[in-house]
Design a protein around this ligand. Sequence first.
Ligand SMILES: [Zn+2]
Length: 393
Amino acid sequence: MRKISADIIFPADAAPLSNGVVVCDDEGKILSIGAGRDFDSADVEKYQGTIVPGFVNAHCHLELSFMKGAIPEKTGLISFVKHVIALRDSYSREEQTAAIEEAESEMLVNGIVAVGDISNDQRSFAQKSAGRLRYHTFLELFDLGPEMTDDALQKGKALLEATRQIPSSGASLTVHAPYSCTPRLIRETDRMTLKEGGILSIHLQEQEDENRLFTEKKGAWVNFLHDMGCSDTWIESGAKSSLQYLLTLLSRDNKKLFVHNTFSSAEDIDIAMENAGEVYWVFCPNANLYIEDRLPDYPLFVRKGAKGCIGTDSLASNHGLSVWNEIQRIREYYPEIPLETLLTWGSINGAEALGMDEELGSISPGKKPGLVLIEGLSSLEGDVMDTHIKRLV
Ligand SMILES: [Zn+2]
Protein backbone atom coordinates (compact mmCIF):
# COMPACT_ATOMS: atom_id res chain seq x y z
CA MET A 1 0.00 0.00 0.00
CA ARG A 2 1.20 3.54 -0.80
CA LYS A 3 0.12 6.92 0.57
CA ILE A 4 1.00 9.67 -1.87
CA SER A 5 0.67 13.43 -1.49
CA ALA A 6 1.49 16.58 -3.45
CA ASP A 7 0.72 20.32 -3.35
CA ILE A 8 -2.45 19.66 -5.36
CA ILE A 9 -4.37 16.45 -6.09
CA PHE A 10 -6.61 16.82 -9.14
CA PRO A 11 -9.06 13.87 -9.07
CA ALA A 12 -10.82 14.99 -12.33
CA ASP A 13 -14.30 14.01 -11.07
CA ALA A 14 -14.20 15.97 -7.79
CA ALA A 15 -12.81 19.27 -6.50
CA PRO A 16 -8.99 19.61 -6.36
CA LEU A 17 -7.43 19.01 -2.92
CA SER A 18 -4.53 21.01 -1.47
CA ASN A 19 -2.03 18.74 0.26
CA GLY A 20 -4.42 15.79 -0.04
CA VAL A 21 -3.34 12.16 0.21
CA VAL A 22 -4.16 9.34 -2.23
CA VAL A 23 -4.01 5.81 -0.86
CA CYS A 24 -3.57 3.01 -3.37
CA ASP A 25 -2.75 -0.69 -3.22
CA ASP A 26 0.32 -2.31 -4.78
CA GLU A 27 -1.54 -2.76 -8.09
CA GLY A 28 -2.40 0.95 -8.23
CA LYS A 29 -6.07 0.58 -7.30
CA ILE A 30 -7.27 3.69 -5.48
CA LEU A 31 -8.43 2.84 -1.94
CA SER A 32 -9.18 6.32 -0.64
CA ILE A 33 -8.45 10.00 -1.05
CA GLY A 34 -8.49 12.45 1.84
CA ALA A 35 -7.08 15.47 3.66
CA GLY A 36 -3.39 15.44 4.64
CA ARG A 37 -4.14 16.18 8.31
CA ASP A 38 -5.73 12.74 8.68
CA PHE A 39 -2.44 10.95 7.95
CA ASP A 40 0.83 10.54 9.81
CA SER A 41 3.32 12.40 7.60
CA ALA A 42 5.98 9.76 8.27
CA ASP A 43 3.89 7.25 6.21
CA VAL A 44 3.31 9.58 3.27
CA GLU A 45 5.35 10.01 0.06
CA LYS A 46 5.28 13.77 -0.50
CA TYR A 47 5.91 15.38 -3.91
CA GLN A 48 6.07 18.96 -5.10
CA GLY A 49 3.65 19.64 -7.91
CA THR A 50 0.20 18.43 -8.97
CA ILE A 51 -0.98 14.82 -9.15
CA VAL A 52 -3.44 14.01 -11.92
CA PRO A 53 -4.96 10.74 -13.19
CA GLY A 54 -3.08 9.00 -16.02
CA PHE A 55 -3.67 10.83 -19.29
CA VAL A 56 -5.92 9.46 -22.04
CA ASN A 57 -4.76 10.14 -25.60
CA ALA A 58 -8.03 10.14 -27.51
CA HIS A 59 -6.50 10.27 -31.00
CA CYS A 60 -3.30 8.75 -32.34
CA HIS A 61 -2.12 6.77 -35.37
CA LEU A 62 0.58 4.57 -33.86
CA GLU A 63 1.18 2.89 -37.23
CA LEU A 64 2.45 6.17 -38.76
CA SER A 65 5.19 6.64 -36.13
CA PHE A 66 7.95 5.93 -38.66
CA MET A 67 7.05 9.16 -40.51
CA LYS A 68 8.39 11.34 -37.68
CA GLY A 69 10.05 14.40 -39.25
CA ALA A 70 9.45 13.12 -42.80
CA ILE A 71 6.67 15.52 -43.85
CA PRO A 72 7.31 19.29 -44.13
CA GLU A 73 5.36 21.54 -41.73
CA LYS A 74 2.60 24.04 -42.50
CA THR A 75 1.97 22.98 -46.10
CA GLY A 76 -1.75 22.30 -45.59
CA LEU A 77 -3.83 19.17 -45.14
CA ILE A 78 -4.10 18.17 -48.79
CA SER A 79 -0.32 18.21 -49.26
CA PHE A 80 -0.01 16.31 -45.95
CA VAL A 81 -2.48 13.58 -47.00
CA LYS A 82 -0.61 13.12 -50.32
CA HIS A 83 2.68 12.78 -48.43
CA VAL A 84 1.19 10.12 -46.10
CA ILE A 85 -0.10 8.12 -49.08
CA ALA A 86 3.30 8.37 -50.82
CA LEU A 87 5.34 7.43 -47.74
CA ARG A 88 3.09 4.72 -46.29
CA ASP A 89 5.00 1.77 -47.66
CA SER A 90 8.41 3.33 -48.25
CA TYR A 91 10.13 2.17 -45.04
CA SER A 92 11.15 -1.37 -44.10
CA ARG A 93 8.94 -3.41 -41.79
CA GLU A 94 11.76 -3.42 -39.21
CA GLU A 95 12.00 0.39 -39.24
CA GLN A 96 8.24 0.67 -38.87
CA THR A 97 8.08 -1.82 -35.99
CA ALA A 98 10.93 -0.11 -34.12
CA ALA A 99 9.25 3.31 -34.54
CA ILE A 100 5.94 1.95 -33.20
CA GLU A 101 7.61 0.53 -30.08
CA GLU A 102 9.55 3.74 -29.45
CA ALA A 103 6.38 5.84 -29.85
CA GLU A 104 4.48 3.68 -27.37
CA SER A 105 7.37 3.96 -24.88
CA GLU A 106 7.26 7.73 -25.28
CA MET A 107 3.55 7.76 -24.40
CA LEU A 108 4.21 5.70 -21.26
CA VAL A 109 6.95 8.09 -20.11
CA ASN A 110 4.58 11.01 -20.74
CA GLY A 111 1.97 9.60 -18.34
CA ILE A 112 -0.47 8.27 -20.95
CA VAL A 113 -2.41 5.16 -19.86
CA ALA A 114 -4.85 4.67 -22.73
CA VAL A 115 -5.10 5.51 -26.40
CA GLY A 116 -7.82 5.81 -29.01
CA ASP A 117 -5.72 4.64 -31.92
CA ILE A 118 -6.51 4.66 -35.63
CA SER A 119 -5.45 1.62 -37.66
CA ASN A 120 -5.71 1.19 -41.41
CA ASP A 121 -4.01 -2.20 -41.28
CA GLN A 122 -2.46 -4.63 -38.78
CA ARG A 123 1.04 -3.13 -38.48
CA SER A 124 0.55 -1.84 -34.91
CA PHE A 125 -1.30 -4.94 -33.60
CA ALA A 126 1.76 -6.87 -32.36
CA GLN A 127 2.86 -3.93 -30.18
CA LYS A 128 -0.66 -3.44 -28.86
CA SER A 129 -0.78 -7.12 -27.90
CA ALA A 130 2.08 -6.57 -25.42
CA GLY A 131 -0.51 -4.87 -23.20
CA ARG A 132 1.67 -2.01 -21.94
CA LEU A 133 -1.10 0.51 -22.69
CA ARG A 134 -4.85 0.14 -23.05
CA TYR A 135 -6.16 0.76 -26.55
CA HIS A 136 -9.41 1.22 -28.33
CA THR A 137 -8.47 0.58 -31.96
CA PHE A 138 -10.53 2.42 -34.56
CA LEU A 139 -10.34 0.44 -37.80
CA GLU A 140 -10.51 3.24 -40.27
CA LEU A 141 -12.14 2.80 -43.69
CA PHE A 142 -12.22 5.02 -46.77
CA ASP A 143 -13.25 4.40 -50.38
CA LEU A 144 -13.03 7.65 -52.45
CA GLY A 145 -15.79 6.37 -54.75
CA PRO A 146 -18.73 3.92 -54.91
CA GLU A 147 -16.75 1.34 -56.94
CA MET A 148 -14.41 0.87 -53.94
CA THR A 149 -17.03 0.63 -51.16
CA ASP A 150 -17.40 -3.17 -51.14
CA ASP A 151 -13.61 -3.68 -50.94
CA ALA A 152 -13.36 -1.20 -48.06
CA LEU A 153 -16.12 -3.02 -46.14
CA GLN A 154 -14.52 -6.43 -46.72
CA LYS A 155 -11.15 -5.12 -45.53
CA GLY A 156 -12.81 -3.67 -42.42
CA LYS A 157 -14.48 -6.96 -41.48
CA ALA A 158 -11.16 -8.83 -41.81
CA LEU A 159 -9.37 -6.23 -39.69
CA LEU A 160 -12.05 -6.39 -37.01
CA GLU A 161 -11.57 -10.15 -36.86
CA ALA A 162 -7.80 -9.68 -36.46
CA THR A 163 -8.22 -7.33 -33.48
CA ARG A 164 -9.72 -10.22 -31.48
CA GLN A 165 -6.12 -11.42 -30.98
CA ILE A 166 -5.26 -8.22 -29.06
CA PRO A 167 -6.06 -8.97 -25.41
CA SER A 168 -8.02 -6.45 -23.31
CA SER A 169 -8.34 -4.03 -26.19
CA GLY A 170 -11.54 -2.64 -27.68
CA ALA A 171 -12.02 -2.15 -31.39
CA SER A 172 -14.64 -0.80 -33.77
CA LEU A 173 -14.97 0.10 -37.43
CA THR A 174 -15.01 3.77 -38.32
CA VAL A 175 -14.71 6.04 -41.36
CA HIS A 176 -11.84 8.40 -42.09
CA ALA A 177 -13.54 11.68 -43.07
CA PRO A 178 -16.56 12.95 -45.02
CA TYR A 179 -14.40 13.85 -48.06
CA SER A 180 -12.86 10.37 -48.36
CA CYS A 181 -15.90 8.17 -47.71
CA THR A 182 -19.03 7.68 -49.81
CA PRO A 183 -22.46 7.99 -48.15
CA ARG A 184 -22.97 4.22 -48.44
CA LEU A 185 -19.68 3.44 -46.71
CA ILE A 186 -20.55 5.86 -43.90
CA ARG A 187 -24.04 4.38 -43.42
CA GLU A 188 -22.88 0.74 -43.53
CA THR A 189 -19.96 1.39 -41.15
CA ASP A 190 -22.26 3.18 -38.74
CA ARG A 191 -24.64 0.20 -38.83
CA MET A 192 -21.88 -2.40 -38.28
CA THR A 193 -20.29 -0.42 -35.46
CA LEU A 194 -23.59 -0.34 -33.64
CA LYS A 195 -23.24 -4.12 -33.22
CA GLU A 196 -19.62 -3.88 -31.98
CA GLY A 197 -18.00 -1.25 -29.74
CA GLY A 198 -20.52 1.45 -30.59
CA ILE A 199 -17.81 4.12 -30.99
CA LEU A 200 -16.91 6.08 -34.12
CA SER A 201 -13.90 8.39 -34.54
CA ILE A 202 -14.08 10.67 -37.59
CA HIS A 203 -11.67 13.38 -38.80
CA LEU A 204 -13.82 16.46 -39.25
CA GLN A 205 -13.49 20.05 -40.47
CA GLU A 206 -9.70 20.07 -40.24
CA GLN A 207 -9.33 22.20 -43.38
CA GLU A 208 -11.39 25.18 -44.53
CA ASP A 209 -12.54 23.84 -47.91
CA GLU A 210 -14.06 20.68 -46.40
CA ASN A 211 -17.24 22.66 -45.72
CA ARG A 212 -17.28 24.04 -49.31
CA LEU A 213 -17.18 20.49 -50.70
CA PHE A 214 -20.57 19.74 -49.15
CA THR A 215 -22.15 23.19 -49.45
CA GLU A 216 -21.36 23.92 -53.13
CA LYS A 217 -19.10 21.07 -54.37
CA LYS A 218 -16.23 23.46 -54.94
CA GLY A 219 -12.74 24.06 -53.63
CA ALA A 220 -9.54 22.15 -52.96
CA TRP A 221 -11.16 18.78 -52.13
CA VAL A 222 -12.81 18.55 -55.55
CA ASN A 223 -9.32 19.00 -57.07
CA PHE A 224 -7.94 16.42 -54.62
CA LEU A 225 -10.44 13.78 -55.80
CA HIS A 226 -9.55 14.50 -59.42
CA ASP A 227 -5.80 14.36 -58.60
CA MET A 228 -6.36 10.93 -57.07
CA GLY A 229 -8.05 9.78 -60.28
CA CYS A 230 -11.48 9.67 -58.61
CA SER A 231 -14.86 10.97 -59.68
CA ASP A 232 -16.77 13.55 -57.60
CA THR A 233 -20.20 12.42 -58.77
CA TRP A 234 -20.93 10.84 -55.38
CA ILE A 235 -20.43 14.10 -53.47
CA GLU A 236 -23.78 15.47 -52.29
CA SER A 237 -23.68 19.27 -52.07
CA GLY A 238 -26.36 21.53 -50.60
CA ALA A 239 -25.66 20.87 -46.93
CA LYS A 240 -24.95 23.74 -44.53
CA SER A 241 -21.55 22.30 -43.56
CA SER A 242 -19.51 19.12 -43.66
CA LEU A 243 -20.59 18.24 -40.13
CA GLN A 244 -24.28 18.77 -40.88
CA TYR A 245 -23.94 16.63 -44.03
CA LEU A 246 -22.26 13.86 -42.00
CA LEU A 247 -25.02 13.85 -39.38
CA THR A 248 -27.63 13.02 -42.06
CA LEU A 249 -25.76 9.70 -42.57
CA LEU A 250 -25.15 8.66 -38.94
CA SER A 251 -27.53 7.17 -36.41
CA ARG A 252 -27.84 8.79 -33.01
CA ASP A 253 -26.85 5.64 -31.19
CA ASN A 254 -23.09 5.27 -31.76
CA LYS A 255 -20.85 7.37 -29.55
CA LYS A 256 -19.02 9.86 -31.78
CA LEU A 257 -15.52 11.29 -31.50
CA PHE A 258 -15.15 14.21 -33.91
CA VAL A 259 -11.45 14.89 -34.39
CA HIS A 260 -9.91 18.36 -35.08
CA ASN A 261 -13.02 20.59 -35.52
CA THR A 262 -10.93 23.58 -36.60
CA PHE A 263 -13.67 24.95 -38.85
CA SER A 264 -16.77 23.93 -36.82
CA SER A 265 -19.24 26.79 -36.37
CA ALA A 266 -21.36 27.61 -33.34
CA GLU A 267 -24.37 26.26 -35.27
CA ASP A 268 -22.52 23.01 -36.06
CA ILE A 269 -21.74 22.50 -32.37
CA ASP A 270 -25.34 23.23 -31.33
CA ILE A 271 -26.81 20.86 -33.91
CA ALA A 272 -24.40 18.06 -33.02
CA MET A 273 -25.02 18.45 -29.29
CA GLU A 274 -28.80 18.46 -29.78
CA ASN A 275 -29.19 15.73 -32.40
CA ALA A 276 -26.16 13.45 -32.59
CA GLY A 277 -26.33 11.55 -29.28
CA GLU A 278 -23.12 11.33 -27.28
CA VAL A 279 -20.48 13.54 -28.97
CA TYR A 280 -16.85 14.16 -27.93
CA TRP A 281 -14.74 16.85 -29.59
CA VAL A 282 -11.13 15.66 -29.83
CA PHE A 283 -8.50 18.37 -30.18
CA CYS A 284 -4.95 17.86 -31.49
CA PRO A 285 -3.43 21.36 -31.38
CA ASN A 286 0.17 20.47 -32.20
CA ALA A 287 -0.91 18.56 -35.32
CA ASN A 288 -3.17 21.45 -36.38
CA LEU A 289 -0.22 23.84 -36.07
CA TYR A 290 2.06 21.37 -37.87
CA ILE A 291 -0.29 20.84 -40.83
CA GLU A 292 -2.56 23.86 -41.24
CA ASP A 293 -0.99 26.36 -38.81
CA ARG A 294 -4.48 27.09 -37.51
CA LEU A 295 -6.25 26.18 -34.25
CA PRO A 296 -9.92 25.54 -33.41
CA ASP A 297 -11.85 28.19 -31.47
CA TYR A 298 -11.50 26.33 -28.14
CA PRO A 299 -13.25 29.03 -26.05
CA LEU A 300 -16.34 28.59 -28.26
CA PHE A 301 -16.48 24.88 -27.36
CA VAL A 302 -15.98 25.72 -23.67
CA ARG A 303 -18.84 28.26 -23.76
CA LYS A 304 -21.10 25.69 -25.41
CA GLY A 305 -20.36 23.12 -22.69
CA ALA A 306 -19.06 20.71 -25.35
CA LYS A 307 -17.13 17.67 -24.10
CA GLY A 308 -13.53 18.12 -25.20
CA CYS A 309 -10.81 15.45 -25.33
CA ILE A 310 -7.11 15.65 -26.13
CA GLY A 311 -5.30 13.74 -28.87
CA THR A 312 -1.73 13.82 -30.09
CA ASP A 313 -2.46 12.66 -33.65
CA SER A 314 0.55 10.79 -35.08
CA LEU A 315 4.27 11.46 -35.21
CA ALA A 316 3.77 12.20 -38.93
CA SER A 317 2.32 15.55 -37.80
CA ASN A 318 3.75 16.03 -34.32
CA HIS A 319 7.17 16.24 -32.65
CA GLY A 320 6.10 14.11 -29.67
CA LEU A 321 3.24 12.10 -28.14
CA SER A 322 2.26 13.87 -24.93
CA VAL A 323 -1.23 14.86 -23.78
CA TRP A 324 0.35 17.32 -21.33
CA ASN A 325 2.27 18.98 -24.15
CA GLU A 326 -1.02 19.44 -26.06
CA ILE A 327 -2.56 21.04 -22.95
CA GLN A 328 0.46 23.34 -22.67
CA ARG A 329 -0.02 24.37 -26.31
CA ILE A 330 -3.70 25.26 -25.77
CA ARG A 331 -2.80 27.30 -22.67
CA GLU A 332 -0.12 29.12 -24.65
CA TYR A 333 -2.69 30.35 -27.19
CA TYR A 334 -5.75 30.54 -24.91
CA PRO A 335 -4.61 31.25 -21.33
CA GLU A 336 -8.19 32.18 -20.44
CA ILE A 337 -9.31 28.52 -20.57
CA PRO A 338 -9.06 27.14 -17.03
CA LEU A 339 -6.41 24.47 -16.59
CA GLU A 340 -9.00 22.34 -14.74
CA THR A 341 -11.08 22.20 -17.94
CA LEU A 342 -8.11 21.08 -20.03
CA LEU A 343 -7.04 18.45 -17.47
CA THR A 344 -10.57 17.10 -17.57
CA TRP A 345 -10.35 16.88 -21.37
CA GLY A 346 -7.06 14.98 -21.04
CA SER A 347 -8.32 12.45 -18.49
CA ILE A 348 -11.95 11.64 -17.59
CA ASN A 349 -13.49 12.87 -20.87
CA GLY A 350 -11.07 10.76 -22.92
CA ALA A 351 -11.77 7.72 -20.71
CA GLU A 352 -15.53 8.20 -21.17
CA ALA A 353 -15.15 8.66 -24.92
CA LEU A 354 -13.26 5.36 -25.21
CA GLY A 355 -15.57 3.51 -22.79
CA MET A 356 -12.80 3.06 -20.21
CA ASP A 357 -14.09 5.28 -17.41
CA GLU A 358 -14.94 2.39 -15.11
CA GLU A 359 -11.21 1.92 -14.52
CA LEU A 360 -9.47 5.03 -15.87
CA GLY A 361 -9.77 8.81 -16.06
CA SER A 362 -10.21 9.91 -12.45
CA ILE A 363 -8.64 9.41 -9.04
CA SER A 364 -11.56 7.80 -7.28
CA PRO A 365 -11.81 4.70 -5.07
CA GLY A 366 -12.03 1.42 -7.00
CA LYS A 367 -10.40 2.75 -10.19
CA LYS A 368 -6.85 2.08 -11.41
CA PRO A 369 -6.20 5.32 -13.29
CA GLY A 370 -2.42 5.60 -12.91
CA LEU A 371 -1.04 8.60 -11.00
CA VAL A 372 0.98 11.25 -12.81
CA LEU A 373 2.95 14.08 -11.18
CA ILE A 374 3.23 17.42 -12.94
CA GLU A 375 6.46 18.65 -11.35
CA GLY A 376 6.75 22.42 -11.13
CA LEU A 377 2.98 23.04 -11.01
CA SER A 378 2.15 23.85 -7.39
CA SER A 379 -1.12 25.64 -8.20
CA LEU A 380 -3.76 25.16 -10.92
CA GLU A 381 -3.34 28.88 -11.67
CA GLY A 382 0.43 28.41 -12.06
CA ASP A 383 2.57 28.60 -15.21
CA VAL A 384 2.30 25.31 -17.12
CA MET A 385 5.32 25.80 -19.36
CA ASP A 386 8.20 25.13 -16.96
CA THR A 387 6.95 21.73 -15.83
CA HIS A 388 7.90 18.08 -16.13
CA ILE A 389 5.85 14.86 -16.21
CA LYS A 390 6.71 11.98 -13.88
CA ARG A 391 4.75 8.74 -13.65
CA LEU A 392 4.24 7.79 -9.98
CA VAL A 393 1.91 4.77 -10.34
ZN1 LIG B 1 -5.71 11.68 -37.27
